[in-house]
Design a protein around this ligand. Sequence first.
Ligand SMILES: [Zn+2]
Length: 450
Amino acid sequence: MIILQIMMGIIGLALLLLLAAVIRTLLIPKKESTYRPDPDPERAMEYARKLSEMVRCDTVSVPDGDQREKFLAFHRVLEKLFPLVHQKLEKTEIDGNLLFYWKGEKSDRPLVLMSHQDVVPAEGAWEHAPFSGDIEDGKVWGRGASDTKCSVMAFFQAVEELLAEGYIPPQDVYLSSSCTEEWGGEGCPKLVAELERRGVRPWLVCDEGGGIITDPIGGIHGNFAMVGVFEKGKADVKFTAASEGGHASAPKAHSPVARLAAFVNEVETHPVFRRRMPKEVAAMFRTLAPYAGFPLKLVFTNLWLFRPLLLKLLPAISAQAGAMIRTTIAFTMMSGSNACNVMPQEASVSANMRFIPHQGMEESLEIIRKLAAKHGLETKVLDANDYTEPVDIRGEAFLHTLVRNEPHIRADRGLLWHHIAGVRSAHHRKGNRCPDHGACLCADPGKHFQ
Ligand SMILES: [Zn+2]
């Protein structure tokens, strides 16, 4: 009898919580993403041509060798495309990396607009040649068109147009563009050192990360600007299994390949890393909730109730969703002996790891090292760096970047944002209004500024 009463009580409480969640959901007015690309064709084409010319410069950057000449050639293109920037701003070139200083009315809250000029090598088959810069189907095609010559373009073009209007920014502005970003070279650190030398402490750094995403999650329709607010840490790790080798005709138990396979299998089939919803991800879900249909809106509006369920479901929904809530590991390379009938003396598997703030580099590596040791494997960390601290999403600097709708840009947000938003939407998605905003976790927010 008592058990029955307790059960009834639990069911009653669950129903009450659900009712509260439903009422909360119904109280939130539905929103619709109204941003649709609607470009001024002439302006869009002018931007496309400029971006295309930038894409046509091969700026592939690799770790070894001096590539300064290649970047100096790219700088000459920038000089031609953005003459006012080069006339009016103070330019500093450090080994191919660029820093432009635009003096504002004040210097206490300097703004750094950061991009990189280099691109990764273009391998494989391409629909349009990687350095063609073809303009087709409303797009500029080629390596670097979105990563990140489009940022170089948006920042430089915005400043160019403002200079033409005689605008003086309320605060100092720096355009910073490195040429070794893709392989984590010394480009950006050199620029940071230069700013430090000048005693500049940036108030806001805008770097690559995110973009305008159409239909970001199943059931949510429209265009949303995803703003990257931190970057996960990463490491390349090699796991090695050794043995005395021998002949395949008399295999011993626990061969190197079998141990590696057991290890990989355990990592892939067990929740090795802790799942937790970062507050930035929760904020993104809450922002997207009003745009969702009822079931999803119910979940996103009431994370206090559905968070545990969501943590279970997200990795199953998509790899991207799963990566937002935990450290990840992806096995990428394997090697063993070089003949079918030879047992390897040593076999290895390599992996790429990405660390989340709630389980950073040290803890995640320790977990994986222990697990590898359990399977008799040696772990070697080839290269590693920890995550960057997330941007304060309630902070004044971050809120300053959220321009919800171009016609409503408040005067204090400044013309600079207005222009950058205009340039980005016109050449990128070809619209002249800014879309609605969410927040996401996929970027590079000025990681060298700590
Ligand atoms: Zn990039």
